[in-house]
Design a protein around this ligand. Structure first.
Ligand code: PGA
Length: 266
């Protein structure tokens, strides 16, 4: 059975409520026009938007009647407590949010997110029934040193580090996003063949850490300057199951083109 593609927008720290509403007016209209103009594809991608906390309710209201999901960009690994400025898994669930990014490289780079905290958050997400989209990827320096595989391998091992007692059904909620740090927001995406090579490596690692049939089920997204120009080629790669899209997801025209590119891909 093929893996359903995912197109995930990552809005980072962008948009007010009125800007988000404007985006959805245009985006949802484009989706509607597209679906009316084409026969319904049996392989529609899963679409989601990772939004700032202040927009989660707006997103839920605007997307509530669709099958598009709203995701958080981060949350805290504790149930509750003295963690000023943080938001818990229960608070997200209370809003009806079921997806969250974890360990985005900007969290790692600017906010001290470590492999250890990523491991705690993945565990907390799964324990509470949240679907985590966990980000991994090497820096430019690491790529140039030729250590991409060992860096990514280490990050993947941490994701599964505290999940020993969880069954495969729980583990299947995990989505991995491979985002080479040097490609994020730079306009310099990885070539599809380089990206495919790392995705394949990640899948092999997953089959080693968990099991082969598990590795075959897990969706691995590519992120880093994905755009309407390169998404087709990326989606054609056998181990690339979709995209985590920053800049291009802020524009309804660009992002809807990327979603349409995923229609029909298995
Ligand atoms: P970008 O960001 O598409 O703007 O490169 C991707 C991401 O950071 O998730």
């Amino acid at each position: 059975m093929g893996r359903r593609k995912i197109l995930a927008g990552n809005w980072k720290m962008n948009k007010t409520r009125s800007e988000a509403n404007e985006f959805f007016d245009l985006f949802l209209q484009k989706l509607k026009d597209h679906e009316e103009g084409t026969s319904m594809s049996p392989h529609r991608p899963e679409v989601l938007f990772a939004m700032p906390y202040t927009l989660l309710s707006t997103g839920q209201t605007r997307l509530g009647q669709t099958d598009i999901h709203v995701a958080a960009q981060n949350f805290h690994w504790a149930d509750s407590g003295a963690y000023t400025g943080e938001v818990s898994a229960l608070m997200l669930l209370d809003l009806g949010i079921k997806y969250t990014l974890i360990g985005h490289s900007e969290r790692r780079q600017f906010f001290g997110e470590s492999d250890e905290s990523v491991a705690k958050k993945v565990r907390q997400a799964l324990k509470n029934g949240l679907y985590p989209i966990v980000c991994v990827g090497e820096t430019l320096e690491q790529r140039e040193k030729g250590v991409t595989e060992s860096v990514v391998k280490n990050q993947i091992q941490f994701i599964y580090k505290d999940l020993g007692e969880m069954n495969k059904e729980m583990l299947e909620k995990i989505v991995i996003a491979y985002e080479p740090v040097w490609a994020i927001g730079t306009g310099k995406a990885s070539s599809s063949s380089d990206a495919q090579a790392v995705h394949h490596f990640i899948r092999l690692e997953l089959s080693r850490i968990v099991q082969k049939d598990y590795a075959e089920k897990i969706r691995i997204l590519y992120g880093g300057s994905a755009s309407p120009k390169n998404i087709e080629e990326l989606l054609r790669c056998p181990d690339i199951d979709g995209g985590l899209v920053g800049g291009a997801s802020l524009n309804p025209d660009d992002f809807s083109k990327m979603v349409f590119a995923a229609y029909g891909h298995r």
